[in-house]
Design a protein around this ligand. Sequence first.
Ligand SMILES: [Zn+2]
Length: 174
Amino acid sequence: MSRALEFASTVRHDGHGGLADDLATVDGLAAWARVDANEELRLRVVELRWAVRSLFAHAVDAGERIDTPHLMPLDEALRVVNAAAAQVPRAARLEWEEPLRLRYVDSATEGERLLADLATSAIEFLVSGERAELRACPAPRCIRYFVKAHPQQQWCKPSCGNRARVSRHYRKTR
Ligand SMILES: [Zn+2]
């Protein structure tokens, strides 16, 4: 799974009408991203995650889902993602030893690097060919995105297909 999709998938339906969020706590962020996290970084990463999900929702016309209240308008999502990607300005440095060497240097913190990496992978994902196969899972309550692996794939995973069939059957037999 691409990093962008993994990032977007850090929040999902909890099975009881709410959201389960891997990034709901500082420890959760530290475990997911393997960084020294704090609350300030967590808030920025979560804002970036909703911005990325807003772009995904816009890209695939996801419609109304339980995460819709967290989504941002397109221009705001773009501003958040582009600002995060710009967190690590880097400079070329010439080192004069034979053979001459170019090294890229920056003075970013670990948190800034995380934000920039996540935002950059989202941008790369959205301009890649994968975007054409990006789907919002249409199963009841599911808020996952997935990249279609084969033309017949309709759901993010088989259990979502089963749940959708059961709920269709339930509606028909009532
Ligand atoms: Zn699903």
